[in-house]
Design a protein around this ligand. Structure first.
Ligand SMILES: O=C(COP(=O)(O)O)[C@H](O)[C@H](O)COP(=O)(O)O
Ligand SMILES: [Mg+2]
Length: 479
């Protein structure tokens, strides 16, 4: 330990001391969930004292040492085990036996990004990265129905799944809504999502919307000979209404695989996400993250990162979660943040901001075994002994101000095509309407796959040419 660190340790009071161990022998021994926070003390405490207060409040403790502690309760203390004074970072190890058994993600968040975000002792506190030991991962659901299942249903491989969000966001009747879906599907698109506020509005009753979408899908499938998917927002006021919405969809005669359930995971809550994952293991669970900016925006000193949110979504069993456009679209986001998060949920192991996470039990050094597990898990091979070997992937859903012109730039930063993209304005603002917007998107994707510049491809693809004209001009005007 450096002398500065030694002085900081000496400054701790007797309560704080119990939440610091700068010589923790092996934080990755499987007993701890690890977290790295950016921290700036807010009150009278120095950084280590403030970090110890954070570790206390987010595990067993409170503002004073209490006389009801037991030797066992002390073994459940979270421990500050590393500091980076220059970068204002602190590493905390949480014994994961603290957490509710039964794979409850909500409970973990109540500890590690709970009360502590409101503490006076901190002026800045942001959870930048987390690490789950494989022994802990095994206790959580993880995704069941994955994007690979959706790809098999759609018969779409080796390219992004091309989707839209119906716009206007709100105000269409159920029949008008379904007509927009139809137009997108016959234009060649794969996937349509309700915009996340779409629910049971008086001018667009939920039951009618579902039935009209079913008709529109049947018609589009018949005409195009291609399968289609619709993601329905099932977020609701209470459990019963959410399930009622799911059952309405299940019973509307849709083919299994042709519908997804969208849940606004932050406003509706983690319990809603996990309920859907457990009740409907054969449905794609689409985690929309409205309000995440309150926690994740880099300029906000309090909260957690997109990476942390995305890792918890995989743990909770979302089949896909929005991970952002890495600055290519309209929402705030950078490659460093969004692409790292996307890769973390796609792969069996990936580099986060501070930790390398493996989502499998097999040591990463065993490269052959990892490759087999990746295959097995991707393709749902039922393991003979039914044992847990890894957590299935969660699909990045990429949305927010994208349009056909921005597809390739996004793929270039993303580095792969294993994602779903949903373009709202990027499709419906096309001067010739939704069908043309869908065609332009398909053409932009074809150009990418053929390695041809879109401007070149547009020479004999009219809809793409119109999209390039329109969106390039719109981007210039916006400057
Ligand atoms: O409705 C939209 C985008 O519409 P449009 O395509 O017209 O911009 C989505 O709700 C946002 O993308 C969510 O943001 P994020 O994906 O970053 O969570
Ligand atoms: Mg939206």
């Amino acid at each position: 330990m450096s002398s500065i660190h030694e002085d900081l340790v000496k400054s701790l009071n007797s309560k704080q001391e119990a939440y610091v161990n700068m010589e923790l022998p092996d934080p990755t021994n499987g007993e701890y969930l690890l977290g790295v926070f950016h921290i700036v003390p807010g009150g009278k405490f120095n950084v280590l004292q403030a970090a110890a207060e954070v570790a206390a409040e987010s595990s067993t403790g409170t503002n004073f040492k209490v006389n009801t502690e037991t030797p066992f309760s002390r073994t459940m203390n979270a421990l500050v085990y590393q500091l980076d004074l220059e970068r204002e970072l602190v590493w905390i190890a949480y014994p994961w036996r603290l957490f509710d058994r039964g794979g409850n993600v909500q409970n973990i968040l109540t500890y590690i990004v709970g009360n502590i975000l409101g503490m006076k002792e901190v002026a800045a506190l942001k959870l930048l990265d987390v690490w789950f030991p494989p022994s802990m991962l095994e206790q959580y659901d993880g995704p069941s129905f994955t994007v690979d299942d959706m790809r098999a249903y759609l018969n779409v491989y080796d390219r992004p799944i091309l989707g839209t969000i119906v716009k206007p966001k709100m105000g269409l009747t159920s029949a008008e809504y379904a007509e927009v879906c139809y137009d997108f599907w016959v234009g060649g698109g794969d996937f349509v999502k309700n915009d996340e506020p779409q629910a049971n509005q008086d001018f667009c009753p939920y039951d009618k919307m579902v039935l009209h979408v079913k008709e529109a899908m049947d018609k589009a499938v018949k005409e195009t000979g291609q399968k289609k998917v619709h993601s329905f927002n099932v977020s609701a006021a209470d459990f019963d209404t959410m399930i009622e919405r799911c059952e309405m969809i299940v019973n509307a005669g849709f083919e299994p695989g042709s519908y997804a359930f969208l849940i606004d995971g932050i406003t509706a809550g983690w319990m809603a996400v996990q309920t859907l994952r457990r009740r409907y293991p054969n449905v794609f669970i689409h985690f929309h993250r409205a309000a995440h900016g309150a926690f994740t925006r880099p300029e906000n000193p309090l909260g957690f990162s997109v990476l942390v949110l995305s890792k918890f979504a995989r743990l909770a069993g979302a089949s896909g979660i929005h991970t952002g456009t890495a600055g290519v679209g309209k929402m705030k986001g950078t490659p460093k943040e969004d692409v790292v998060a996307a890769h973390e949920i796609q792969y069996m192991s990936a580099e986060g901001h501070f930790f390398r996470q493996s989502w499998s039990k097999i040591p990463e050094t065993d490269k052959d075994a990892i490759a087999i597990v990746n295959e097995d898990i991707a393709h749902h091979v039922v393991l003979e002994d039914d044992s847990w070997r890894g957590m299935k992937k969660c699909c990045p859903i990429v949305s927010g101000g994208l349009n056909p012109v921005r597809l390739k730039p996004f793929i270039d930063v993303m580095g792969n095509v294993d994602f779903i993209t949903t373009m709202g304005s990027g499709v419906h603002a096309h001067p010739e309407g939704t069908q043309a917007g869908a065609k332009a998107l398909v053409q932009a994707c074809e150009a990418y796959l053929k390695g041809v510049e879109i401007e070149e491809y547009a020479k004999d693809h009219e809809e793409l040419a119109q999209a390039i004209d329109f969106f390039t001009k719109a981007a210039k005007d916006a400057m």
